[in-house]
Design a protein around this ligand. Sequence first.
Ligand code: GLA
Length: 371
Amino acid sequence: MRVVEAFRAAFGADPETVWHAPGRVNLIGEHTDYNDGFVLPFAVPWGVTAAVSPREDQTIRLLSLQASSPEPVTMATREESRGWTRYVVGVLAMLGDRVRGADIAVDGDVPQGAGLSSSAALEVSVASALNDLHGLGLTPMEIALLSQRAENDFVGMPCGIMDQAASALCEEGHALFLDCRTLGSRNIPLDLAAKGLRVLIIDTQVHHEHAGGEYAKRRAECESAARKLGVPALRDVDDLAGALDRLQGDERKRVMHVVTESHRVEALVGLLRAGATSEIGALLNASHLSLRDQYEVSSPELDVAVEAAVRGGARGARMTGGGFGGSAIALVGEERLEGVKESVLAAYRERSWTPPRFLPATPAKGAHRLS
Ligand code: GLA
């Protein structure tokens, strides 16, 4: 393994453990996690492999095979971390006194900027390895929560639990149905190939600068709306029409999206359980329109990809992840795969946009130990 060789070359010994954790795509349930709603992500075949050994002192040495420098970054304290190292040091910080220093080498192959949660993969791979090394006995959900806290409190990104939970808990061939309030979860079989279907990731390769700020703004709007409605979270809105009557402007639109989107997750799970996988397309389309018009987190590149995919024969398509760029997904019958790609490429060509990248998404396995 390449990361083990790099570890040995940099730190002069074999790593004591090696863990892999994947990125994710979200089938449906967007911007519902921090509203205590439902989500349905699955793990992608790309992720981060972390080779780790503990240290007796407080020193942290970090090597990334994707970094511009082949030299490890050495930090005497957790306060010194910058850039990508914050995701790793954040995890160490959340583990507190339970862990001292560590030597860590990471190797990742999550397509960068595609919105496939490379940061969650990094956090969860390192957290899982440290949990294993120090015999901490954390469950996969506890590892996800700790990784989310690292991102919230250390990196400063106010994300929900979806990405880290998907990375820690998904099973191969399944999507993870997660209740973001109770944190109860169930892996739902998603055997696309048996139905002659594929989920095609369309990576627009565009990432808008303001995404972080807009994400925090949406979260604040949801919290403000919940306060006005007198509920702990938008999850608790039962009477949607009544709630909408009491709100105005953007908050009204945000509530409309969150409440309907969370119900779409349950409806989609119902179809999957009934074996009606090819019927989920309409829910994907409805999710996209809601994200575009009510939640306002799509982008021209995502809208064009989704519309062209459907025109080209996809059963349904939607943006996936936080939005403002990143990727869309399309549910496509095998026989239509080339037609869908061609339709999307033609739409981009017409606008003189850089062609998107197509990635096949087969539901992969969550965090696991490699050696
Ligand atoms: C990002 C966040 C997740 C979730 C999605 C939107 O990926 O990290 O917690 O909120 O956006 O569904």
